[in-house]
Write a protein that binds this ligand. Structure first.
Ligand code: SF4
Length: 339
């Protein structure tokens, strides 16, 4: 088995310089994913040597929802280059932004796909939907062909909203999986980790197997998803009894939602609850220092609430969960899909 990034440092540097030349950029703000921060110094140095002031940002960045154009402006940059994620069609950024997607070139062993097919068939599934992240998109067609060879019906759905490519899923958008939900018995996620496949399970409720194309590991994520649902219910029930709420807003361009903030504030007023509005760019443990708060309501990435709740000493809920909690409609819980 082999795995390598299609874009290495030399290629990234060349592509950045090409974009900067085309755009006549003199100073460029470059966002790199966590996996490339160790190369930030080298990347900036090489770009500067080519005559462009490349300022590489190593602030944490978890997606194309997080493009801090105001920082680039403040630093006198005329262009942002975002590396690692696909653009989000629904997010309008009032700044010149270019994307360099990073794909993994993985040669998947045929015997691993055979094992995967056996597992799927042994679970009684005959038709499956394939989903992945942008990094593994190039594998979809190949895996589909092999699964079909082993007798499975395979579907790849159409994305909409902030997801750009067919079959692509984000932690907050599984539109491609939803578009084929009537046709499939289960989903196969190709990639690493459980962050994305759990989103598919939470949004649709059908079985999801996470298949790591490098190690061949297959993980059924239903238990993980059920645990998230149990925690959501517990936090919403506590919120329904609570008096004092802190509404936490982030200013990340693809996470802040003014309409949801207004709806949340109006609901808190209507149900006669105390509230504050707090801004925090990267929502984290600093909230634990705040006194006199019963519950935090996050107007930002819903996965902070679903996945990181253990970091917080008090219940933490999304804006939509707050609305359900106040009206005690716990059973209406839905995965918070971001448009
Ligand atoms: S909002 Fe959260 S889950 Fe969605 S793309 Fe941004 S970081 Fe990922």
């Amino acid at each position: 088995m082999e795995s390598k990034m299609l874009v290495d440092l030399d290629e990234i540097t060349k592509r950045i310089i090409k974009i900067c030349n085309k755009k006549s950029s003199r100073r460029c703000f470059i966002q790199v994913p966590e996996g490339l921060t160790h190369l930030a110094h080298e990347l900036s140095r090489r770009i500067i040597m080519e005559g462009v002031e490349g300022i590489v940002s190593v602030d944490p960045c978890f997606g194309a929802c997080d493009i801090p154009y105001w920082k680039a402006k403040e630093l006198g940059c005329d262009l942002i280059i975002h590396i690692g994620h696909a653009p989000m069609p629904t997010i309008k950024i009032p700044f010149d932004v270019e994307f360099i997607e990073v794909f993994y070139e993985v040669k998947v062993r045929e015997d691993l796909i055979e094992e995967l097919s056996k597992k799927i068939l042994s679970m009684g599934f005959k038709s499956v939907g394939l989903v992945t992240t942008v990094q593994y998109l190039k594998l979809l067609a190949y895996v589909r062909t092999l699964l079909e060879k082993h007798g499975l019906k395979v579907f790849i759905g159409k994305s909409s909203g902030r997801a750009l490519y067919d079959g692509q899923v984000l932690g907050c958008n599984v539109s491609s999986a939803k578009s084929i939900s009537e046709k499939v018995d289960a989903y196969i996620f190709i990639g690493d980790g459980t962050f994305h496949p759990v989103a598919v399970y939470l949004a649709i409720g059908k079985p999801v197997l996470a298949f790591n194309p490098i190690t061949g590991e297959i993980k059924d994520v239903r238990d993980l998803g059920e645990r998230v649902l149990r925690v959501r219910l517990a936090h919403m029930m506590k919120a329904s009894e609570a008096r004092s709420f802190s509404v936490v807003v982030t200013s990340k361009v693809g996470q802040y939602n003014e309409e949801l903030l207004r709806t949340v504030v109006n609901a808190l007023k209507k149900f006669n609850r105390e509230y504050s509005i707090i801004h925090l760019e990267n929502i984290g443990e600093v909230l634990n220092y705040m006194k006199n708060v019963d519950v935090f309501v996050i107007i930002g990435c819903p996965r902070i609430v679903y996945d990181d709740y253990l970091k917080f000493k008090r219940p933490i809920i999304t804006g939509t969960e707050l609305l359900l909690s106040l009206s005690r409609k716990f059973k209406d819980w839905k995965f918070m899909e971001m448009p």
